[in-house]
Write a protein that binds this ligand. Structure first.
Ligand SMILES: NC(=O)C1=CN([C@@H]2O[C@H](COP(=O)(O)OP(=O)(O)OC[C@H]3O[C@@H](n4cnc5c(N)ncnc54)[C@H](OP(=O)(O)O)[C@@H]3O)[C@@H](O)[C@H]2O)C=CC1
Ligand SMILES: O=CC(=O)O
Length: 313
């Protein structure tokens, strides 16, 4: 079995050796331009078109992340890149759900305990106990209730917050109110105090967090974008912060990354920023998942994690 690997920043040697340990029968090599030798599987992130195109004998392509929007947008321009019938897989959880839970829970607690307000008071050297927020006024709404959104919703429910989620299909998560489809988005937003985005980037979700949506949230709401920058209309968020509709935001992803130096988001006192690391690919867990999936494919089983090219995620 031959596996080719390409990632612009990962340590290729670590992956080649790690995969070989998990799949001793496999020969794993870093793909380099000009390599058109046979391959059964390809592990990729931002793959050069020539790496994949024409490889009709591939049994699977693995994206080395959870979101496949960059690969799908490359595919739009170069449909030949993924030969017909070759399945595309993505990483399902592989250690990312726990990272997302850590990120979301810590920031929700920060807002809930009014640490943002106390930081502002500290700037003025003011000793001023504020009224506590009540959990019942702190409904959390998670946009996207898949592998990561579902786990984030569950962890916040465990902290006793009222939690709801929104997805395409209805969910049955314990203690979480599920809303589905465009027709239930308004209900989902009404009364939501903290909005957490974990949607995939698809034509239906681009720009979804805009002024119309933000205006439907509860007053003094908070926004956390953990999915993709293109989901958020940055100017609309700035306007909602300035009008007081939104009280604070925590952003991990941006329409343009790295976030340009001249972006107004950097300067806003009520926006916190992290550089797209809410959940990173953990090599050990990812390799375990990929090796298991390859074995399932070899055994003619149906592994989970296959991307629906029709749905775009
Ligand atoms: N910032 C970071 O570091 C990281 C960001 N990400 C981002 O997180 C995203 C989510 O990952 P993951 O949870 O694994 O993805 P999943 O595919 O498991 O979940 C996606 C969810 O979004 C829902 N959804 C999709 N389209 C729509 C729509 N049009 N309307 C309503 N709901 C919709 C799906 O509904 P249904 O369940 O009904 O299909 C599903 O619940 C990734 O696509 C990636 O962009 C991922 C990892 C790290
Ligand atoms: O943003 C990261 C990913 O895995 O998707």
């Amino acid at each position: 079995m031959d596996i080719i690997f390409h990632h612009p920043t990962f340590n290729s040697q670590q992956w080649i050796e790690g995969l070989h340990q998990k799949l001793p029968e496999a020969t794993v090599r870093q793909w380099l331009p000009g390599d058109n030798q046979p391959a059964d599987y390809a592990l990729v992130w931002h793959p050069p078109v020539e790496m994949l195109s024409g490889r009709s004998t591939l049994k699977g392509v693995f994206a080395l992340g959870a979101g496949v929007d960059s690969i799908l947008s490359q595919l739009q321009k170069h449909p030949e890149m993924l030969p017909k019938g070759v399945p595309l897989f993505r990483l399902e959880d592989t250690g990312m759900a726990l990272q997302m839970q850590e990120y979301a829970v810590s920031q929700v607690l920060h807002w809930f305990r009014r640490f943002d307000d106390y930081q502002a008071l500290k700037q003025q050297a003011k000793w001023e106990p504020l009224e506590d927020y009540r959990r019942e006024d702190f409904t959390i709404g998670v946009l996207g209730a898949g592998v990561l959104g579902g786990k984030v919703a569950e962890s916040l429910a465990a902290w006793g917050f009222p939690v709801r989620c929104w997805s395409r299909s209805k969910k049955d998560y314990l203690g979480i109110t599920s809303y589905a489809g465009a027709e239930q988005l308004g209900q989902f937003l009404s009364g939501t105090r903290v909005l957490i985005n974990l949607l995939p980037n698809t034509p239906q979700t681009v720009g979804i967090i805009n002024s119309e949506l933000l205006n439907k949230l509860a007053d003094n709401s908070y926004v956390m974008n953990l999915a993709r920058g293109v989901h958020l209309v940055e100017d609309d968020l700035l306007a909602a912060l300035d009008s007081g509709k939104v009280k604070g935001a925590m952003l991990d992803v941006f329409a343009k990354e790295p976030l340009p130096q001249n972006s107004l988001l950097w300067k806003h006192p009520r926006i916190a920023i992290t550089p797209h690391l809410a959940a990173v690919t953990r090599p050990e867990e990812a390799m375990t998942y990929i090796a298991k999936t390859i074995r399932q494919i070899e055994n003619k089983e149906s592994p989970s994690g296959q991307v629906s090219l029709d749905n775009g995620y």
